[in-house]
Design a protein around this ligand. Sequence first.
Ligand code: TXA
Ligand code: MG
Length: 326
Amino acid sequence: MTQRLAADQTGIDAAARLLGSGKLVAFPTETVYGLGADATDSYAAARIYAAKGRPSFNPLIAHVADLAAAEREGIFSGAARQLALAFWPGPLTLVVPVAPGGTVSELSRAGLESVGLRIPSHPVALKLLRQVGRPIAAPSANRSGHVSPTTAAHVLADLDGGIDAVLDGGTSAVGLESTIVGCVGDTVVLLRPGMITRSDIERVCSRPISLPDDSDRDAPRSPGRLEAHYAPETPVRWLGNGPVLPDSAVLAFGPVVPQGAEIARVVHNLSPSGNLVEAAANLYSALRLLDKCGATAILIDDIPISGLGEAIHDRLNRAAAAARVL
Ligand code: TXA
Ligand code: MG
C-alpha cells in the first residue's frame, strides 16, 4: 500500500518518520518528484533500485538541507564552492569527491569515490530534509527509463504499491531534472544540461566547461546520459526528419503551427508564446498526455537549442533514441 500524504506538517512528519526507518517516500522538488530513501542506509538504497527497476550501477543523488551538510559529504573545490554559493538551494547537482567521514552509503554512490549532492529549493523538500537530518538519496520517482514525474499522480502511475508513501506538493515548477556538473578533477564538466544553463555555469566559474569524455571508460559516467532514456511508449522523432503522418501526435512549440499538422490526430503546444521555461515545465506532462492518445508516433516541432533549449533537446533526443532501440 502506498500512502498519499498531504504536504502539511502532519504529512511531512509522517514522511520524515518513514524515511528515518528505511522506507521509500516520493516527495516533490522544484525539478521533478524524487523517490527518497535514507542515503546512509544501503538497504534503503537497494530498495530504490528495486522499485525503479534501475541498473544498480547508476549512482543516486544525495539531497541535503544546507551547505554544512553538503560539506560533511563531499569536498568542495573552488569551482564547486562557487557553484554551490551561486545556485543552491536550486536545480543544480554537484558531483564532488567523497569527504573523509562522508555518510552516503557505497551502494547509493554505486561504488564511486565521488558523490552527487543537491540542495533543492522546493519548500516541502527543504522542510522534509531538515526534519530527517540526514542525506536523502532520491532519483526521479519513475520506473527506470520512463518519463520523470512532475506530479504525485505521475509517481503513482509508475510506482503505486511499490513504494511506502508519496508526499503530494503539487506540480514541480521547473519540470526537468537538475543540471549536473562534475567538479572532481581539474576540469568542470557538464554531465547533464538543465534549467541552470551552460552559460550560467561558465559565468560563475569564469571558465569554459567541458562535455564528459565518453571515450574515457574509467571516467565516472552519469547514466542520465545513457542514450536511450526519458522515453514514452510511443516512438518519438523530430518533425524535421520526416512528414506529419495521419495517426501521429504533434508536440508543437511557439506561435506557428507546424506545416501539415492539421492531419495529425492531436496537436499539443508546449508553449504557444515560444517560452522555453514554460516548455520545460510542460514537457513531461505533455509527453505523458500524447503517449495516451493512441498515436503511432510523437513528432516534435523545431525548438531553439540555446539556453534552456539545450536541456530540452537533450531529453527529447534521448526519447527519440529509445524509440530507435525498441
Ligand atoms: O532534479 C533531479 O536531479 C532529480 C530530483 C529528484 O532531485 N533527481 C534525478 O535523479 O534526476 P536521477 O537519479 O534520475 O538522476 C541522477 C543522475 C544520474 O544520471 C546519475 O548517474 C548521476 O546523477 N550521478 C549521481 N551521482 C553521480 C556521480 N557520483 N558521478 C556521476 N554521475 C552521478
Ligand atoms: Mg531519472
